[in-house]
Write a protein that binds this ligand. Structure first.
Ligand code: 0O2
Length: 212
């Protein structure tokens, strides 16, 4: 494909990423206004680089005329949450939306990868209106905590720097760092549930006082 074809090919993916970013950012503000707490901390999105698409197509043996179905993360949305429990809530919201169709899910939160990578992936079909009419594109929604994101961002840039042949000692330290991020998530979750319990106790206590 020449440069101009790539532009046309990527156009609906760019549109899908922009639209989905707006939708999930709006969801965050709406939930914050309604419930004072939003399970979404922030949202990012990207269209995969042409070199990454080609590399993945080669690795997965996807023919060039089947990129649309063979590469599922050309459009990518990332939703960052404060707590692990928020991931479940956001995934449920994604499943219930009428403006996209869930294709399948990959739970790397429970089944983390060998690298130490943790995140919840949802492959969805998203409809866009193009100049030629209606078109469905595949997109990947990654849902992760801030700690998971911190780890994945650094691991990704190290892999980029070392061209995916990280020295064994670095890999080992990254796995240890992933474990530390996992422990941090657990600790934050337990602090959070203690605070929530304390709040419920406080509200029940004030109800009794009010009744008296
Ligand atoms: P980008 O943004 O394109 O540069 P895979 O074989 O890993 O490509 P898999 O396991 O099916 O495929 O994962 P999936 O669901 O296709 O998602 C791939 C994306 O998940 C990656 O995109 C990363 O964003 C993220 N990811 C998966 N595994 C790891 C990992 O071990 N470390 C990090 N940091 N991220 C991971 P790209 O293509 O890497 O990113």
């Amino acid at each position: 494909m020449d440069g101009r074809d790539w532009n046309l090919f990527l156009q609906p993916y760019e549109q899908a990423v922009e639209e989905m970013k707006v939708k999930f950012k709006t969801l965050r503000s709406e939930l914050k206004a309604r419930e004072s707490y939003a399970p979404i901390e922030f949202v990012t999105g990207r269209v995969k680089k042409i070199s990454s698409i080609l590399e993945k197509a080669r690795r997965l043996s996807v023919p060039m005329d089947q990129l649309e179905t063979g590469i599922e993360d050309i459009a990518g949305i990332r939703i960052m949450c404060q707590f692990v429990d928020d991931i479940t809530r956001v995934a449920a919201i994604v499943r219930s939306r009428q403006d996209l169709k869930l294709v399948y899910e990959k739970d790397y939160v429970t089944n983390y990868k060998d690298s130490g990578y943790r995140s919840y992936h949802m492959i969805v079909e998203y409809p866009v209106q193009t100049a030629l009419g209606f078109k469905k594109v595949l997109a990947e929604i990654q849902i992760r905590t801030l700690a998971m994101n911190f780890w994945a961002t650094i691991e990704h840039s190290l892999n980029y720097k070392f061209k995916e042949s990280l020295p064994d000692d670095v890999k080992l330290r990254l796995r240890k760092a992933a474990e530390a991020a996992f422990n941090l998530d657990n600790e934050m979750s337990s602090i959070r549930s203690e605070i929530l319990d304390a709040q419920i106790g406080f509200e029940e206590g004030s109800n009794i006082v009010n009744k008296v």
